[in-house]
Unconditional design. Structure first.
Length: 181
């Protein structure tokens, strides 16, 4: 498995070695030992989630201010543009974002550690999105950062307005968002 650190070095893309022939393919999608060697610390995943969305749906930018979740995300059908925003006050990349195209075809996975807001936009007709989390969902601690915040200025690769949940329509701007100490 190849690992590439992004401009925010704690956010890492994992690319599996895929073995394929005319019968199909095989790849190891997760290896705890390799993952922890790359991340540089022990990580325990507690929950797996699976969502399906249609083209133009934007989910996020979500985070939990208490019980923060690290996420290992991937797409098994379709394509998304996946984004992580650094909300750690003491970080040199505080307020910055990184984004990656994840698809069933490229089989890439993205590690987003605790302290980041996370979201994605569906670029294909539909997409199935799977992710592991390091803590349980805690709706009382969940927050949403506005996808179109001018301070963060994410360059989303789509035109028009995305389809948002009611919760994400009420997301706050970066200046008003709860952040991590």
């Amino acid at each position: 498995m190849n690992a590439t650190r992004l401009e925010i070095p704690e956010v890492i893309v994992f690319e599996p070695k895929v073995f394929g022939d005319d019968r199909g393919f095989f790849f190891e999608s997760f290896n705890q030992k390799v993952f922890e060697e790359v991340v540089g610390r022990p990580v325990q995943f507690l929950q797996d989630n699976h969502s399906r969305s249609v083209k133009g749906v934007l989910r996020g930018l979500h985070y939990q201010i208490k019980q923060p979740q690290g996420k290992l995300v991937r797409v098994t059908h379709g394509e998304v543009f996946d984004v992580a925003v650094d909300l750690r006050k003491g970080s040199s990349s505080f307020g910055k974002w990184v984004g990656v195209h994840l698809s069933a075809e490229n089989k890439k996975q993205l590690w987003i550690p605790e302290g980041f807001a996370h979201g994605f936009i569906v670029l294909s007709e539909s997409a199935e999105f799977l992710y592991k989390t390091t803590d349980y969902w805690a709706p009382e601690h969940e927050r949403s950062l506005a996808w179109n915040d001018p301070t963060v200025a994410i360059e989303w690769p789509f035109e028009g307005e995305p389809a948002l949940s009611a919760k994400d329509q009420k997301a706050v701007l970066f200046e008003d968002a709860d952040k991590f100490d």
